[in-house]
Ligand binder design. Structure first.
Ligand code: COS
Length: 384
């Protein structure tokens, strides 16, 4: 649902200008330094990008899913690390508070998240609990006025920058499944939290991940999400479901950028006396990419519109994440192929995108997890 086309277009114009004038020129530098310059971070904050999904009452833009998708399509036109910086705050890092936080928790944290003063991270994955998220081992045991948290969280995006963690921990060790898990809002400066070394990743340099280690960390009772135990897994699932549409939109945006770069290259590069874009085998790669991109774009917008109508889009969200991330990988591969030898050189940038987009098929639920969610829902619906 697009509430007011003029307001959205004004926002999209600003995002497009930021991407064109500030982010694209900084791509190579950010990858080299593994750091987004402070002035760019500030520009993103000033534009309200950290508050895209925060309700207006708490200082955010409160975008509908369709509007959020439009912004992500625009942000996809540059290196995905830029999106990643505010993506966890507008997505999985803060949505738990928006969905399930108490009034007090919302009032305390959402305004500071919306301005970017606080960066939020989502702490679910562990060394031994990834796809099987319900098996997480981090414990949060009630002791007087606090929960004592012990455990390690792994690959936590933006943890080195985070001011706040949405943490999933087991409050009931007797229940080894989803029902024993609770969600907490944990301030990053709480004693007992250590951030590990920044991970060396295949791509998306500039976006940081690291371990977050909790050692006898006393988290006040007031930080239990919504004041209720045992609902943390469901909070995580709801958050991830929305996040999957968001990530799918970014996949579409980045694929558009890679295909545009590949098309431009194919029209300039001459072999056998003519631009390689004139050759049918190159055209096949361009055409397959365009067709798949169109399909993914339609899917993402359709799922977003359905979600805005209040429909259950668990299946659609996983379809989008699965198809768009796999499509993005195929487009990246064809783009490198079209660039030929130049595609293997870092100065052309396409090899960086090729590495960057590999993550899309892994995080916020692997392609295999999306397949499981889709098929399970199909069986469940058929039994009704
Ligand atoms: N919205 C609301 N509730 C949901 C939900 C959703 N999208 N998906 C599941 N739930 C609820 C279920 O209804 C169930 O509740 P009841 O026990 O009351 O029926 C509960 O959550 C447990 O669900 P389920 O039985 O399906 O859990 P499983 O352990 O079988 O796991 C998968 C399901 C595999 C889908 C889940 O573990 C998953 O999504 N894993 C991937 C995690 C992930 O994306 N990690 C990425 C790292 S974070 S960047």
């Amino acid at each position: 649902m697009i509430r007011d086309a003029n307001t959205l277009n004004a926002l999209l114009d600003t995002v497009n200008r930021l991407v064109r004038e500030r982010l694209v020129p900084a791509e190579a530098l950010v990858a080299e330094a593994d750091e987004i310059p402070a002035d760019i971070v500030q520009a993103m904050k000033d534009m309200g990008l950290f508050g895209l999904t925060v309700p207006e009452a708490y200082g955010g833009l409160d975008l509908t899913m369709e509007e959020e998708v439009m912004v992500m399509l625009a942000m996809g036109q540059t290196s995905p690390c830029f999106r990643s910086l505010f993506g966890t705050t507008v997505g999985i890092g803060s949505l738990g508070i928006v969905f399930d936080g108490s009034e007090e928790q919302k009032a305390k944290y959402l305004p500071r998240l919306a301005t970017g003063e606080l960066i939020a991270s989502f702490a679910l994955t562990e060394p031994d609990a990834g796809s099987d998220a319900a098996s997480l081992r981090t414990t949060a045991i009630l002791d007087g006025d606090a929960y004592v948290v012990n455990g390690t969280k792994r690959y936590i995006t933006n943890s080195p920058e985070a001011g706040l963690f949405t943490l999933m921990a087991r409050t009931n060790p007797a229940d080894k499944g989803a029902g024993g898990v609770s969600a907490f809002i944990v301030e990053a400066n709480t004693p007992g939290i250590t951030i590990g070394k920044i991970d060396k990743k295949m791509g998306q340099r500039g976006a940081h991940t690291a371990d977050v280690i909790f050692e006898n960390c006393r988290v006040p009772v007031s930080q239990l999400m919504g004041g209720r135990e045992g609902l943390g897994f469901k909070t995580a699932m709801k958050v991830l479901e929305k996040g999957r549409i968001h990530i799918a939109a970014i996949c579409v945006g980045v694929a558009e950028r890679m295909l545009r770069d590949a098309l431009n290259y194919a029209m300039e590069r001459k072999q056998f006396g003519q631009p390689i874009a004139e050759f049918q085998l190159v055209q096949a790669m361009l055409a397959d990419s365009q067709a798949e991109l169109y399909a993914a774009r339609c899917m993402v917008i359709d799922a977003a519109q359905k979600r805005d109508q209040g429909l259950n889009v668990a299946t659609e969200a996983s379809c989008c994440k699965l198809f768009a991330s796999e499509m993005c990988g195929r487009v990246a591969d064809r783009a490198v192929q079209i660039f030929g030898g130049a595609g293997y050189l870092s100065e052309y940038g396409i090899e960086r995108f090729y590495r960057d987009v590999r993550l899309f098929r892994l995080y916020e639920g692997t392609s295999q997890i999306q397949q499981i969610v889709i098929a399970r829902n199909m069986v469940k619906d058929a039994r009704r």
